[in-house]
Design a protein. Structure first.
Length: 293
């Protein structure tokens, strides 16, 4: 049985840990509120911009001329993983890495064996996880979450777009956590490049509509496509940011509850150990008194 001093030290240690997890939960809750507001405001804008792009592209004779819509035989793939820079958020990062591995094994297993699947990580944990699994991490944008803004994410989007336009990659896929609520995050795997034609346009027959463009058609398409790609990546980063804070809040809440349960057990052990020590001392005194008699 542990001594009273050992049990007492463990109680102090667990109590300190509980205070830390409580503080982290409160910080995550405050950040989550702001992140949740940002993504709620961004979703309608991103959705409408995507619909606008699909509409213009379906009625445009020049939409297919964009370098971001040209499909090539897939020989080299870039996986873009959106994770966090820090841990202590449950299975948040692990789920993204597992989803990326499952996607690679299902679609690019042969390319991966030849080393033709590379990773671009937004967040340090994704870079570390994929590097441990033997994948080449081309670059890591670890600074994005320190000061999250569209300007910062735009740099990552432009890097990806330039690499695709130059032919360094034939396919770019995006893996991230989509925020649903505090306790639930949904893993999304989306084709980022080349831009896929929307199936809705074919179903609704929008391709037969004649549009009047002002300014000229080519200028509108060439401006909308890069803008839409940047917004798409920005939305994914905002989704992941809100999901991270929700996952960390949930994880710290569970950790606080577990610490409370552990404290109850330790205090019970402490009281039993203390009672046993007192009983032992009483028996020793009684035994010494009887020996004197």
């Amino acid at each position: 049985m542990a001594s009273l001093k050992e049990v007492r030290n463990r109680i102090v240690s667990v109590n300190s840990t509980q205070q830390i997890t409580k503080a982290m939960k409160m910080v995550a809750a405050a950040k989550l509120r702001r992140a949740q507001d940002n993504i709620i405001q961004m979703r309608p804008y991103a959705q409408k911009l995507g619909e606008m792009l699909a509409t213009v592209s379906s009625g445009s004779e020049r939409g297919s001329d964009s370098p971001f819509k040209k499909a090539r035989p897939v020989e080299k793939v870039l996986m873009v993983l959106v994770t966090s820079d820090r841990g202590l958020c449950g299975a948040f990062n692990t789920n993204v890495i597992k989803a990326a591995m499952a996607h690679i094994n299902a679609n690019y297993a042969d390319l991966a064996r030849r080393g033709n699947v590379e990773v671009l990580a937004i967040g340090k944990k994704g870079a570390e996880g994929m590097a441990r699994r033997g994948f080449k991490v081309t670059t890591t944008f670890q600074h994005l979450f320190m000061k999250l803004s569209f300007v910062e994410v735009k740099e990552a989007a432009e890097y990806i777009m330039d690499a695709f336009a130059q032919g360094r990659y034939d396919r770019v896929d995006l893996v991230f956590n989509e925020f649903k609520n505090v306790a639930t995050q949904i893993i999304r795997t989306e084709q980022y490049l080349p831009i896929a034609d929307s199936p809705n346009n074919t179903q609704t027959g929008r391709t037969n509509i004649n549009y009047i463009f002002e300014p000229e058609e080519e200028k509108i398409v060439n401006e909308l496509i890069p803008k839409s790609l940047k917004i798409q990546l920005y939305r994914a980063v905002l989704e992941s940011n809100a999901s991270e804070h929700g996952a960390r809040m949930t994880a710290m809440d569970k950790a606080t509850d577990n610490a409370q349960e552990l404290l109850k057990e330790l205090r019970l052990v402490y009281n039993r150990t203390r009672q046993a020590a007192i009983t032992k001392e009483i028996l020793e005194i009684v035994g010494g008194a009887e020996a004197l008699v």
